[in-house]
Design a protein around this ligand. Structure first.
Ligand SMILES: Cc1cc2nc3c(=O)[nH]c(=O)nc-3n(C[C@H](O)[C@H](O)[C@H](O)COP(=O)(O)OP(=O)(O)OC[C@H]3O[C@@H](n4cnc5c(N)ncnc54)[C@H](O)[C@@H]3O)c2cc1C
Ligand code: SF4
Length: 541
């Protein structure tokens, strides 16, 4: 019988820190000025949710692995936790990545050893069965059943210590939402997160100062070093080299102005959904189906704020610690979105005196997120060496936002709010539950203040080479030895946060490359999150 892994109480707060490797095997690209050639068995490009797990699993089974990472290697000692320092250090383009289209949506990405997992909120959900069922039906991904993925979910969740946030660390922002949801009879729960020894310092997206958040840069990557793999940081892959239909290596440029040539027969591309298509296209790979760079889903999101008489103090507690899934079946998920005052100040929909007044009442403000499992699809391309993200929010998703924002307002009133602030131009403030400004407004996408954190689908998996970029084992159609293991293979919106899906698919890829049977010995979690998603909301295109 398999053992059981604790997931509540001490499972979240017990223990601390990172895996300490025998040797920190990081070669800094800034120090590589000329040409360097390395010969390995596998080259993994990117060290985030996809790249970290593959590199670790392959290295631990004796493969010689090189990890290329455009970002730098950071340790917790260097995290000031101040947004103004950390945004430029840890995020690509200081977090200023945006979409163009019928509105502009901020779409920040991490760029470090650990990828976006170093700056994410740590929320962990498995891929919902309804979504896997859609993938089987629409994309022919017959192998991807819950039963097939279960050992990989269990392995990932043990590696990164997925456990439920205890109520005492969740912060008042979560507790007022819980109170409102209970008053309305709506379903919700404390979130499961990849953390160990979390103290609720509230700055997850600016670098966890205590190494509590178990991002890949302190879990999978050091385990890969321990097994002999090397990370080349500050190194940008320019081209995957394929000859005669077989992978031969990777060419990269270094921060020091040099070149790194990696010779190998196996290349795993894990640059994330915005950059993987660019690298494949530059390499002349993956273009046959016409899907490369297309099919971009982003889970667009917004935040609704409210003023309470009681103290909330969003600077304390786990920022994303509670979710409300009552409407998840409609593609609307509510998740916590607290944070320190200097960050939230930049996101409030007011200026001048009104902004100042609100910030003076920061301790009484609550903020919660509305995330939509989008039907709209965008695309990514490269123009003059720059990433271009095209995304138009369609009418169905717009209506989901209208409904989601109204429902959040209802929840706040039920929780005892005195004012509710909407992220909608021209309808910012509600003074009583009778105010229903969105009912009559001519709501257009450009009136919404949206952000997104989950780009997916730009090198989608599809069993049919005419319709997708990789097959169900994440092998690039038509090429031997090139694989994709990141958010870009996820073929539709998930309705839940994606890191566990990406890590599980990447781990499964490693097992296939190693020709090993699934890790069925992994302990069963005592409990897992079970969001109410009975039908996949996102329609495949
Ligand atoms: C603020 C924020 C909060 C989030 N919160 C959550 C959450 O709570 N739960 C959740 O599930 N998800 C969350 N996400 C999303 C989640 O972190 C991502 O979906 C996930 O990390 C994507 O994994 P990936 O491997 O596709 O890409 P990444 O993790 O982004 O890794 C890609 C890596 O590749 C590197 N790279 C790119 N191009 C090259 C190149 N040419 N050469 C070398 N290296 C390259 C990048 O620098 C990066 O480090 C959040 C995201 C953000 C921005
Ligand atoms: S709340 Fe603080 S201690 Fe906990 S994971 Fe986030 S940054 Fe780390």
């Amino acid at each position: 019988m398999r053992a059981t892994r604790p997931t509540t109480g001490f499972a979240y707060t017990d223990g601390r820190g990172m895996f300490v490797a025998r040797e920190e095997r990081v070669e800094h690209g800034a120090r590589i000025r000329g040409e360097r050639v390395v010969r390995v068995d596998a080259c993994v490009i990117g060290t985030g949710a996809g790249g970290g797990p593959v590199a670790k699993e392959l290295a631990e089974r004796g493969m010689r692995v090189a990890m290329l990472e455009e970002g730098e290697h950071f340790t917790a000692g260097g995290f000031s936790t101040r947004p103004r320092d950390m945004l430029p250090a840890l995020y690509r383009d200081a977090g200023q990545t945006v979409t163009v289209g019928n509105l502009s949506i901020s779409l920040p990405l991490g760029q470090t050893v650990g990828g976006t997992t170093l700056v994410n909120s740590g929320t962990c959900f498995r891929t919902p069965e309804a979504v896997l069922s859609l993938w089987r039906e629409r994309f022919g991904l017959e192998a991807l059943t819950l039963g097939e993925l279960d050992p990989y979910f269990r392995r990932v969740e043990r590696e990164v210590n997925v456990a439920q946030v205890p109520p005492e660390l969740a912060g008042n922002n979560a507790h007022v939402i819980k109170r409102g949801a209970e008053a309305l009879g709506w379903s919700g729960d404390f979130i499961y997160r990849n953390a160990k020894g979390c103290v609720g310092s509230g700055v997850c997206v600016f670098g966890c100062p205590t190494n509590a958040k178990q991002h890949t840069g302190i879990t999978y990557v050091p385990k890969a070093w321990h097994a002999g793999a090397t990370t080349y940081s500050g190194v940008r892959a320019r081209r995957v080299v394929v000859e005669g239909g077989r992978a031969k290596g990777v060419e990269a440029e270094t921060a020091g102005g040099g070149r790194l040539r990696v010779q190998c027969d196996t290349v795993i591309v894990a640059c994330g959904a915005l950059h993987t298509p660019l690298l494949l296209r530059r390499s002349g790979l993956g273009t046959a189906s016409g899907q490369l760079g297309e099919n971009l889903a982003i889970h667009p999101a917004t935040a609704v704020r409210a003023l309470f008489d009681e103290e909330i103090n969003m600077a304390h507690g786990v920022p994303q610690s509670f979710y409300v899934d009552e409407f998840a079946d409609e593609g609307i998920m509510f998740e916590g979105a607290a944070g320190p005052p200097d960050y939230l100040a930049s996101t409030f929909p007011f200026s001048g005196e009104r902004h100042r007044d609100l910030m003076l009442r920061f301790r009484n403000l609550a903020q919660f997120g509305v995330m939509v499992s989008d039907i709209s699809r965008g695309s990514v391309s490269e123009r003059a060496g720059r990433l271009r993200i095209r995304y138009d929010l369609g009418n169905e998703d717009l209506e989901s936002f209208r409904r989601g924002i109204e429902l959040m307002a209802e929840l706040y009133w039920a929780a005892g709010a005195k004012r509710v602030y909407l992220p909608v131009d021209g309808a910012n403030e509600l003074r009583s539950p009778d105010d229903r400004p969105l009912a009559d407004i001519d709501l257009r996408p450009s009136k919404l203040a949206l952000m997104a954190f989950h780009p997916l689908g730009t090198a989608r998996a599809d069993a049919d080479a005419q319709r997708g970029v990789v097959d169900s084992d994440l092998r690039l159609h038509g090429v031997e030895g090139v694989y994709v293991a990141d958010a870009s293979v996820v073929p539709s919106s998930l309705g839940v946060n994606p890191q566990i899906t990406i890590m599980a698919l990447a781990t499964r890829l490693a097992y296939h490359l190693l020709e090993e049977s699934p890790p069925t010995h992994e302990p069963e979690p005592e409990s897992i999150a079970t969001p109410r998603i009975r039908t996949a909301h996102a329609v495949a295109v």
